[in-house]
Design a protein around this ligand. Structure first.
Ligand SMILES: *Cc1c(COP(=O)(O)O)cnc(C)c1O
Length: 427
């Protein structure tokens, strides 16, 4: 890709961007002087789609005017509200609508999935995860291992980057699966690692895992709405994701879950059940016997949190309009531009941990700031002072995610300028 340094170039790119009008669909937080913050933190909490306000308000109205009646009489009846989310969510992860469900929150879904798909035996009890895995995933996996009476020191396998490398090599994952696969019950890996932004070859991981008889599940917290996904075609057993990061669903918003079609008739098999997973036609007859809905909906436990779903519905509508293909094309260009400017402007003072091959990353770049601890803190504080929002991971990594729906080339240009001045004031 051909890039040039300079604000004019960034502005020309923005003017030619087919998605430029989407920025106006979001509320962009402001600096004290009224200008827009440079928000590169959509990997942590996505911005508010303006359409969310009307959809939340509509449900507050329905509650106020119809109360219990809104379960059936609201414009979108609450009993079937989740049905409005499934098609767009399925499209984002490459699934059939009956393979996905919106429910709970991410870590809860991870537990529910492990209850069904992590069934350790004396001969096959291990779980393979990446290092570093997001802490919640690690806690969840360790607690599941202990719950089944096993010991994480023997049952948890972690594959991380080699010494002095910052990403995980596929060949190392493959070697581990080949060597230990017959004792591994579950491969639980990310679509995109939260720390270094690396994308994993999910199709290949499923193939390798299944060849050894392992279940394969993915945590897509940093992948959904960021990279293109084909969960069904890859034969993934299950996947989970949250909707408040790239999916802009709002703080703590309802999470998503995928269960492959071949597990759809999960009858008399392990699962933690609740009334919302029961056959819809007889749900309200309050019978004694649990008769699960076939497919992912059978894993629902509780009735739908409508006020948490409404912003997600708004956001999924924006994704449908923009289209993942257009989004990933811009994302690739925008993040490549960030990488170009970082190399051009910051050279030896910043190391990019994220792979440079665009097939191995989404929009996030993880930048290691070289220097003393005090320098590093000063850099991060300078970013904050100048209205740049990105996040800092101890000890020395800045994660910056230019999100194609609402970030501009100009944001990226400004960010690198602020970072450059902050680094210069260290010198
Ligand atoms: C963001 C994130 C979480 C957060 O879990 P919640 O249950 O939504 O609080 C968990 N795992 C990964 C990999 C994440 O990126």
């Amino acid at each position: 890709m051909n890039f040039e340094n300079g604000l004019d170039f960034a502005r020309t790119q923005d003017a030619a961007d087919p998605l430029s009008s989407f920025r106006a669909r979001f509320t962009i937080p402001k600096r004290p002087d009224g200008t827009d913050l440079i928000y590169l933190c959509g990997n942590s909490l996505g911005l508010q789609p303006k359409a969310a306000i009307a959809l939340v308000h509509e449900e507050l109205e329905a509650w106020g005017t119809m109360a219990v009646g809104a379960h059936f009489a609201a414009r979108r009846p609450w009993v079937s509200y989740p049905d409005h989310l499934a098609p767009a969510a399925a499209a984002l992860v490459g699934a059939n609508p009956s393979e996905v469900v919106a429910m709970n929150t991410l870590t809860v879904n991870l537990h529910l999935m492990m209850v069904s798909f992590y069934r350790p035996t004396a001969a096959r009890h291990k779980v393979l995860i990446e290092r570093p895995a997001f802490p919640s995933d690690r806690y969840a996996v360790e607690s599941q291992i202990r719950f089944h009476g096993f010991d994480p020191t023997a049952s948890l396998i972690e594959v991380g980057p080699r010494h002095d490398e910052s990403t995980i090599r596929m060949e190392d994952l493959e070697a581990c699966i080949r060597a230990e696969g017959s004792t591994i019950a579950l491969l639980l890996l990310p679509g995109v690692n939260y720390y270094n932004g690396q994308v994993f070859d999910m199709a290949e991981l499923v193939r390798l895992g299944h060849a050894k008889g392992c279940m394969v599940g993915f945590d897509l917290a940093h992948a959904v709405g960021n990279i293109s996904l084909r969960l069904h075609d890859w034969n993934t057993d299950f996947a989970v994701w949250c909707t408040y990061k790239y999916l802009n669903g709002g703080p703590g918003s309802i999470a998503g879950c995928f269960v492959h079609e071949r597990h759809r008739d999960w009858v008399d098999k392990p699962r933690l059940a609740g009334w919302w997973g029961h056959d819809k036609a007889s749900r309200f007859q309050m019978g004694r016997d649990f008769n699960p809905i076939p497919g992912a909906e059978g894993w629902q436990v509780s009735n739908a949190p409508i006020l948490s779903m409404a912003p997600v519905l708004a956001s999924l509508g924006v994704f449908e309009e923009a289209g993942m293909r257009t989004l990933t094309a811009k994302s690739d260009r925008l993040t490549s531009y960030l990488a170009y400017l970082v190399r051009e402007e910051l050279g030896a003072s910043v190391e990019i941990l994220t792979p440079s091959d665009s097939a191995q990353r989404g929009c996030q770049l993880s930048l290691r700031v070289l220097g003393t601890r005090a320098d590093q803190r000063r850099v991060f504080e300078a970013l904050e002072t100048h209205g740049v929002v990105c996040d800092w991971r101890e000890p020395d990594v800045i994660r910056a995610a230019p999100v194609p729906l609402y970030n501009r080339f100009e944001d990226v240009f400004e960010f690198v300028g602020v970072l450059k001045r902050a680094l210069a004031s260290n010198a």
